[in-house]
Design a binder for this molecule. Sequence first.
Ligand code: URA
Length: 423
Amino acid sequence: MDAISVIRAKRDGHPLSDGQIDWVVDAYTRGDVADEQMSALAMAILLNGMSRAEIARWTAAMIASGERMDFSPLSRPTADKHSTGGVGDKITLPLAPLVAACGAAVPQLSGRGLGHTGGTLDKLESIAGWRASLSTPEMLGILESGGAVICAAGESLAPADKKLYALRDVTGTVESIPLIASSIMSKKIAEGTGSLVLDVKVGSGAFMKNLEDARELAATMVGLGTDHGVRTVALLTDMSTPLGLTAGNALEVRESLHVLAGGGPKDVVDLTLALAREMLDAAGLPDADPAKALADGSAMDHWRRMISAQGGDPDAPLPLAREQHMIPAPASGTLTRLDAYAVGVAAWRLGAGRARKEDPVQAGAGIELHAKPGEEITEGQPLLTLHTDTPERFDYALAALTDAYDIGALTTAPPPVILDRIA
Ligand code: URA
C-alpha cells in the first residue's frame, strides 16, 4: 500500500477500502505517511466526503491507534457530554458536578481553546492550584468518591486524532462532517463511557452554520456511538449568539458558580438542565431530579469536591483583568442580533484564547454581555464590557465587534436554545 494511491482514490471520488483506511491511519500515526500526504488526503475527504461505512472504519482505525480506558470497576453508571464548541459555552462546568450529584460518574475529558472558541481546561485553570493532568488511577479514584472529573485526555487516547486534528487546524480541513464525526467519536468511544450526550452547536459561532449540516453531523455521530455500544443522543443547540452573559475564562467560571448557586442566565440554566436530564436518562437514572440538585446545594457541594480533588481552591478569588472598556448601546430599541462569532473573535483578541497551541491565555480576559437578543435597551446603557490585562488589544477587539450587533424593531423572535434532538 502507498499513500499516493490512497490520496488519488479519494481525490477521484472513489470510496476507500477497509484495508486502505486501516493502513493510512496506522502509517500516519507511526510517521510513515507524511503530514503533507495526510493533509492532501484530508482535503480530498473534505471535498468528496465519505460514506457511512468509510466513516465507521476510519473511526475504528483511530480508536485502534491508541489505548482504551475502562470504567467498569466504578460502582456508578458513567455519563459523558461533548459539545462541538462555541462561544461562552461553559456548560461542562456546572453540568459535570450536577450530574454527579444525581448519582452518575462523569469522566469529562476536555480540551483547550483554539481560535475563537474557548476550552474547558483553560477556564478551570483560572482557579488557583487546579490541575488538568491526572493519572488514570487518580481519575478513577476521584470518579468513585466524588463522581465528577474534568481533565485532559492522556497521550495514549486516539493518538491518530491528536496528530490529525492539529494538521487539519492549519490546513483548512476542520469543517468536514466525516472528519469531525470520526475525530470526536474516536476519542469518546476510546474513553469508555457507557453513555454520551452530544451538544451539536449550530450558528455563526459553531463549525456547523446551518441546521441541515448540524443534523447530518449529529446523526453520523449518534450512529457511530450506537454501533460501538455507547448509548448516544444529540441535542442541536443555538450558537448564533453567545451562551449566557460571558465569554472568557475566569468570567465563565464566575457565571458557572452563579448557576451552581441556583441563579445564572436562563439559557445557561435551561441547557444545563436539558443536557443533565439526557445524561441521566442515558445512564439509566431517569428518576433523578437535576433541578432539585441545583436548588438544594448538592451540585455546588460536588463542584467544591471536584475542584479540591484536582488541587484547586474553591474559595480562592477568581482573577480579574487589569483593564476594562465599556461599549454603550448606540441607540434605543430591541437588541435583535449579537453575533457569537464576532464576540468569540473579540474575546480571543483580548487574550482569552490562543492562536497557536503553545500560546498562554489570560485568565481574566474576555467579554461581558449586558443584554441578550430580544431584550430592550436604552441608548447609552452598557451593552458590552471588554476585559484584558493588555489594553493595547482593545482596538483590535473593537474592530471585530464593528458589525456584531443590531438594534431596532424585533421582527422574528430569537431562536430557542434547543433546536432539535436526534437519537
Ligand atoms: N472537536 C474535535 O474534537 N474534533 C473535530 O474535528 C472538531 C471538534
